[in-house]
Design a protein around this ligand. Structure first.
Ligand SMILES: Cc1cc2nc3c(=O)[nH]c(=O)nc-3n(C[C@H](O)[C@H](O)[C@H](O)COP(=O)(O)O)c2cc1C
Length: 364
């Protein structure tokens, strides 16, 4: 392995590179992106949210959305495994805020996921759902050492189990839903990676007395960024935005073009119907929403436990808007992105990203 490069251990799983491609919903990281990333030696992550949105089970067979999700998660994992091969490390990202969270994590484990990565809420009950799958590594996403501590203590007390790692994601730069409760908190120095990452590393080493990896997410683009995270104590990095605009990325060409076109002034924060801030491209839909005007598609599937659209009809159906973005509907979609979207200037490939990050061939 390259000099000074940490070895990332996630439970029993050891990817060749200390790199996770973050889960991106709806559909942005499906079987093709995750499978290819895993095949090439990093961790490929499928986002479980809304995967059944265009499946024949829902469309033609009129199956219940939650039943269809379970089937499709397993199908997408099978496709990804066919690409990744038996050695590839495949993760599934499941959001705690989803109504069918427990069913999704079980479906992912039954479908052969090596790792479950879970945020958008604290995954306090995850070990309960995973008790029959001891080989599946469990990795919560947190934005502070305090959240990591809450999870670790609860898991220990209630289940006698430790997390297999933490992803520390900073709301200051990351894409999608952000781990902050208010807009002001997004840029709170306490949640910056320079504070939250070393604090979590210290918590793991000194209080948990553990060597589980802490993985940094948000704003990592190149090798320099990655090495800075390693200097702060990370044993791996998770990257989303850069992987979304690859040939292997599962989104439509129009979605990827929106990334290529985005300029600094186009990247904005919005209040998501899930009650969290989110970072997105200011397209016609978001521009109108920021002015207080919104014309939503109907509720998609009661997919969130707390949804401001379902409750008050004041916002919009986020699942429908994310599916529209995935399909490339520039007028009506919600194009989530990290602040690094301004660095995307062309379509790249998974191999190009890995060559840029890891120029030396990996060791034995
Ligand atoms: C389009 C998009 C969708 C995302 N969807 C999810 C998701 O479904 N669940 C999740 O935990 N994180 C989600 N994320 C966050 C990423 O997994 C990743 O942690 C984050 O984007 C890292 O920051 P970066 O984009 O600056 O590399 C999403 C990010 C993007 C850009």
């Amino acid at each position: 392995m390259s000099k000074g490069m940490p070895i990332l251990k996630l439970g029993k799983h050891r990817p060749r590179y200390p790199l996770i491609q973050g889960g991106m919903g709806v559909g942005i990281s499906g079987s093709r992106l995750a499978g290819n990333v895993a095949f090439r030696g990093a961790v490929g992550t499928i986002a479980s949210v809304g995967l059944s949105h265009n499946s024949p089970y829902l469309r033609d067979e009129k199956m219940n959305y939650f039943d269809a999700n379970e089937i499709v998660i397993k199908e997408v994992l099978r496709e990804a495994r066919n690409i990744a091969g038996p050695e590839g490390v495949l993760a599934v990202n499941c959001m705690v805020a989803l109504t069918d969270y427990d069913r999704e994590v079980r479906a992912a484990a039954e479908g052969g996921a090596d790792v479950i990565i879970s945020g958008a809420g604290l995954p306090l009950r995850l070990p309960e759902y995973m008790k029959d799958f001891p080989d599946v590594a469990l990795v919560p996403i947190v934005s502070s050492a305090k959240a990591a501590s809450l999870i670790a203590r609860r898991w220990e007390r209630q289940y006698g189990r430790s997390p297999d790692g933490f992803v520390v994601e900073t709301p200051a730069t990351a894409g999608g839903h952000l781990g902050a409760t208010t807009m002001e908190q997004v840029y709170d120095p306490a949640l910056s990676i320079d504070t939250a990452l070393p604090e979590t590393v210290r918590f793991v080493a000194e209080e948990m007395k553990s060597d589980i990896p802490v993985i940094a997410a948000g704003g990592v683009w190149d090798r320099r960024d990655m090495e800075r995270m390693f200097e702060l104590g990370a044993k791996g990095v998770q990257m989303g935005t850069r992987f979304a605009c690859t040939a292997e990325g599962d989104a439509s060409d129009r979605f990827k073009q929106a990334y290529i076109d985005a300029k600094e002034e186009d990247v904005v924060l919005i209040h998501s119907p899930a009650g969290l801030p989110g970072r997105a491209i200011k397209n016609p839909f978001v521009a109108k929403y920021l002015e207080g005007e919104v014309d939503s598609n109907p509720c998609f599937a009661n997919c969130l436990t707390h949804c401001r659209y379902r409750k008050t009809r004041e916002t919009f159906c986020i699942a429908a808007a994310l599916v529209d973005a995935f399909n490339g509907n520039w007028e009506r979609g919600l194009f989530f992105c990290g602040s690094n979207v301004t660095k995307v200037d062309r379509l790249s490939t998974v191999q190009e990203i890995l060559d840029d990050l890891f120029p030396e061939p990996p060791g034995p």
